[in-house]
Ligand binder design. Structure first.
Ligand SMILES: NC(=O)c1ccc[n+]([C@@H]2O[C@H](COP(=O)([O-])OP(=O)(O)OC[C@H]3O[C@@H](n4cnc5c(N)ncnc54)[C@H](OP(=O)(O)O)[C@@H]3O)[C@@H](O)[C@H]2O)c1
Length: 357
């Protein structure tokens, strides 16, 4: 239906253009370039989406079809419900519209290494501080604690976005792994499920997640630790384009070649270890260049790093069990880094990975 609509639109456009004697080729490449340009202007904090917190896919489809000149529909295969639209961040609502049709906050809390009561307390503090995006994983052994904090928060379920991940040792029986995550979290549905990193059976595991989307158990899908080569190989084998790729990103490991590639697929990028990761934060948080920028804005180094990510179009999920840090990590929207400051931080890249994935 949508393809028919697009075809009719294209025919009408061509007739109109030729009538005006102005007909010029409008190739997919040009559309992609326009999309890239729109994407590349996201540093100014302009408002591009005015949408309610949770969207039906059909609403997004209509919106996408109405904006074909500045967005691109990349997937048209039968049975594919993925819509590619504008993934610019909305700095007013502090959300991004995913290609799945759902909105996701652009800052959240990571829960790696937080378990038991510490995890419940940290997530509760985060939720009370306005953080509505929570990142967990099977491998963090804390899905129950995250679920407990979400259920007890008093915040409507629809306003909280929970990401969890399947680990490669679960890929051989993904259906059971998905059921396990649903049972442990016990929050009705999973907002987003990622594959933690590539491994044997990852395509089959992703297909099982696609089935869970169709069954209403999961809303959006994504990948973690997939880079350009891995994506090129993986994407042709699946039906639902990932809504998100979560990779290691911090000033010392910036992935400046990978991020635009992913963005141009209409996929949102999220960075893990935004502060360098536990064991590596001391050096990054005392970096001289970032410290000077922080002083200039009256902000902390952590806030400058998180803001730098946001201005690059990267969603942040800093991990913390310290209530002051959790609050500090939400205060990212009352200042803006200049182009020169962004360039100074970009220049700190040294390709230094802090984990092996
Ligand atoms: N997909 C993957 O493969 C993958 C891998 C690793 C991590 N992740 C995800 O990414 C999240 C973030 O990574 P991470 O938590 O390991 O590392 P991180 O966010 O880079 O750093 C966490 C460390 O920073 C400190 N911190 C947080 N906010 C601070 C602030 N405002 N000022 C000073 N220190 C601050 C925390 O200490 P305090 O507790 O004292 O605040 C903690 O020691 C994880 O929690 C996890 O959800 C995903």
């Amino acid at each position: 239906m949508k393809r028919l609509f697009n075809l009719m639109l294209a025919v009408l456009l061509m007739v109109a253009l030729s009538a005006c004697g102005k007909q010029e080729g409008y190739s997919t490449d040009e559309a992609a370039e326009q999309y890239g340009q729109a994407e590349g202007t996201e540093t100014t904090g302009q408002i591009k989406q005015e949408q309610p917190a949770t969207l039906a896919v059909t609403q997004t489809e209509m919106q996408t079809e109405n904006n074909l000149t500045n967005s691109e529909e990349k997937q048209t295969e039968e049975g594919d419900n993925t819509v590619t639209g504008d993934i610019s961040f909305n700095f007013e609502t502090k959300t991004v519209l995913l290609n799945s049709g759902y909105e996701m906050p652009i800052y959240g809390i990571g829960t790696y290494s937080l378990t038991g009561g510490t995890c419940v307390e940290s997530v509760t503090t985060a939720l009370n501080s306005g953080v509505h995006l929570i990142d967990t994983a099977y491998m963090y052994h804390n899905e129950e604690s995250v679920g407990e904090a979400v259920r007890n928060s008093g915040i409507p379920r629809e306003e909280i976005f929970v990401i969890t991940k399947l680990y490669p040792n679960q890929f051989s029986n993904p259906e059971a792994a998905i059921e396990e995550a649903l049972a442990k979290l016990d929050i009705d549905y999973i907002d987003m499920m990622l594959l933690h990193h590539p491994g044997a059976g990852d395509v089959e595991a992703y297909h099982a997640m696609e089935k869970a989307v169709a069954d209403g158990k999961i809303r959006s899908l994504g990948l973690s630790n997939w880079y350009v080569e891995e994506l090129e190989k993986f994407l042709p084998q699946i039906n639902i384009t990932p809504a998100l790729v979560q990779n290691e990103i911090h000033p010392y490991y910036q992935e400046n070649d990978v991020i635009p590639y992913i963005h141009n697929l209409g996929i949102v990028v999220q960075g893990w270890y935004p502060l360098g990761g536990r064991g590596y934060t001391a050096e990054l948080l005392s970096d001289e260049v970032i410290s000077q920028i922080a002083v200039a804005h009256g902000k902390s180094v952590a806030q400058v790093i998180l803001r730098w990510n946001l201005q690059k179009g990267v969603v942040v999920i800093p991990g913390s069990s310290n209530p002051e840090h959790i609050q500090e990590n939400t205060e990212l929207f009352d200042f803006e880094l200049t182009e020169d400051e962004m360039a100074q931080i970009n220049a700190l890249d040294r390709g230094e990975k802090h984990d092996w994935y």
